[in-house]
Design a protein around this ligand. Structure first.
Ligand code: HEC
Length: 111
């Protein structure tokens, strides 16, 4: 009887420890290695997560304009500034810093 209770308490506290510790490890923020190839892959992933809802998964447009040839219309700096400041109903600052740079560079290649 006593032993069962002890095991229960011990078990519960172990579970708490395990759950608490899990949070820190749950966010692997590592970019997936490599240099140029990884940048393209992650830029596309960032785009899909943040922009595709309006601009389409294949850049074909939707609620927002088609971006398949956006690189012939804007420079990388222009695109970075659109991402930072927004345009029309598109709000600025959806992505920032390195993510914004990577997506701007990636979109500037679309010509
Ligand atoms: C809520 C929907 C929405 C989201 C999310 C969104 N956009 Fe837009 N985007 C728009 C709309 C609408 C326009 C057109 C604005 C205008 O010209 O008035 C636009 C315009 C643009 C333009 C200029 C296109 C052109 O031909 O003038 C670029 C570049 C752009 N968006 C990139 C992005 C990127 C990169 C992301 C993700 C970080 C993103 N957008 C997220 C709706 C969105």
């Amino acid at each position: 009887m006593k032993f069962k209770l002890l095991a229960l308490i011990l078990g519960t506290s172990l579970m708490l420890v395990a759950c608490g510790g899990g949070d820190d490890a749950a966010e692997p923020n590592e970019p997936a290695g490599g240099d140029s190839g990884a940048t393209t892959a992650s830029a596309e992933k960032i785009y899909k997560q943040n922009c595709a809802g309006c601009h389409g998964g294949d850049l074909g447009g939707g609620a927002g304009p088609n971006l398949t040839a956006v690189g012939s219309k804007y420079s990388q700096e222009d695109i970075a500034s659109i991402i930072a400041n927004g345009k029309g109903i598109m709000q600025g600052g959806i992505i920032k810093g390195e993510e914004a740079d990577a997506v701007a560079a990636w979109l500037a290649e679309k010509k």
